[in-house]
Write a protein that binds this ligand. Structure first.
Ligand SMILES: Cc1cc2nc3c(=O)[nH]c(=O)nc-3n(C[C@H](O)[C@H](O)[C@H](O)COP(=O)(O)O)c2cc1C
Length: 334
């Protein structure tokens, strides 16, 4: 009998992310892709693995005063201030485009100023046609706790996820803040709260100064750093969380510009990725990354992105994944 060559096998980009199945592992990140419709003139948004919306709050938020964006070396500092339409207007107007997507998943990113807000928005979005999952932006100041970000405290993280979990049947993705000492403690808390998947990272708290005027570059003084400058931090955190929670599906985010960056995140343990700042530089970065990943897999003789997940070749003493899991993984996608 003639043996089928592995190299000639067709590539499928399909990935599982907990309860979600994505046609490919490339999503676009919250706050960098509007509500999807803005990009429809440039390419077929339905070709993406998914669209993550701008963060939605209970009530509309005007955002921070300008200037609120500054370009840094290999990155971008932003302090938009979570400007958004609020959940009711989102459902009335922004879902009109999003509900037409049939292949790309629609993930609504939500924020709360109080822990109860997250659950209230989740309840409102539960059962809305066209919404496939929720992503919790935990990088929001908790008004009830002196403005400390939910995502820097394990107890607040677990509680926010637990409340949302109870309020909805939708898959719940907890988006982690990198502004912590031990990302694995926060990841475990989100898992304990019942998260279906974790996405990481949000922006890194940062500051830029004008040496002439001695003033901060952006009006709110500090902001969130994103773009290629943060990629090594994001990779390190994805790797650490994957080692700590090997069964938890992860979405890697941070500085992804092209398909090679996607591969790095998959190798570190992500099952999917979100592309953010790159959308501002090259609006077609995400569909190009989909094509680039398919070419990469073909060149390597791999049949699916799953064959890369967690396969970083670290020294044996650093491998946190039990042998059994590692060997089962390696067999699955080739
Ligand atoms: C201008 C801008 C606005 C953003 N707004 C949000 C937001 O509303 N909610 C959120 O969870 N993340 C937001 N983010 C963070 C991104 O989703 C992403 O986590 C981060 O930028 C890292 O990815 P990147 O380096 O590919 O941009 C924003 C990022 C930028 C640059």
């Amino acid at each position: 009998m003639k043996r089928k060559s592995v190299r000639s096998a067709a590539v499928s980009l399909r990935v599982r992310l907990g309860r979600l199945t994505l046609q490919n592992p490339i999503l676009v990140a919250s706050g960098t892709f509007g509500y999807g419709a803005e990009y429809a003139r440039l390419f077929d948004v339905d070709d993406l693995g998914g669209v993550v919306t701008k963060s939605i709050s209970l009530k509309p938020r005007p955002g921070n005063p300008a200037p609120r964006i500054w370009e840094t070396a290999s990155g971008m500092l932003n302090a938009i201030g979570l400007q958004n339409t609020g959940v009711e207007e989102f459902l009335r107007s922004k879902m009109l485009f999003l509900k037409k997507l049939t292949r790309a998943k629609v993930i609504v990113n939500i924020i709360g100023e109080r822990i109860g807000d997250y659950a209230q928005i989740a309840r409102r979005l539960d059962g809305v046609p066209g919404i496939d999952g929720l992503e919790l932006n935990l990088s929001c100041p908790n008004c009830e706790r002196g403005g400390i970000e939910f995502g820097v405290n394990p107890r607040m993280t677990a509680e926010a996820v637990r409340r949302v979990r109870k309020a909805t049947r939708l898959p719940v993705i907890a988006k982690l803040s990198p502004n912590v000492t031990d990302i694995t403690a926060i990841a475990r808390a989100a898992a304990d709260g019942g998260a279906d998947a974790l996405s990481l990272i949000n922006t890194l708290l940062a500051l830029a100064v004008d040496p002439e005027s001695w003033k901060p570059r952006i009006a709110p003084v500090t902001g969130g750093l994103s773009g290629p400058a943060v990629k090594p931090v994001a990779l390190r955190m994805v790797w650490q969380v994957h080692r700590a929670l090997p069964k938890m599906p992860l979405i890697g985010i941070g500085g992804i510009m092209r398909s090679e960056d996607v591969v790095e995140f998959l190798l570190c343990g992500a099952s999917a990725v979100e592309i953010g700042t790159a959308n501002y530089i090259r609006p077609t970065a995400a569909p190009e990354a989909v094509q680039g990943l398919a070419r990469y897999l073909k060149r390597k003789g791999l049949r699916s992105p799953g064959a890369l997940v967690g396969r970083i070749q670290t020294p044996a003493r650093l491998r946190g994944i039990p042998k059994l899991v590692a060997s089962r993984r390696s067999g699955s996608g080739r």
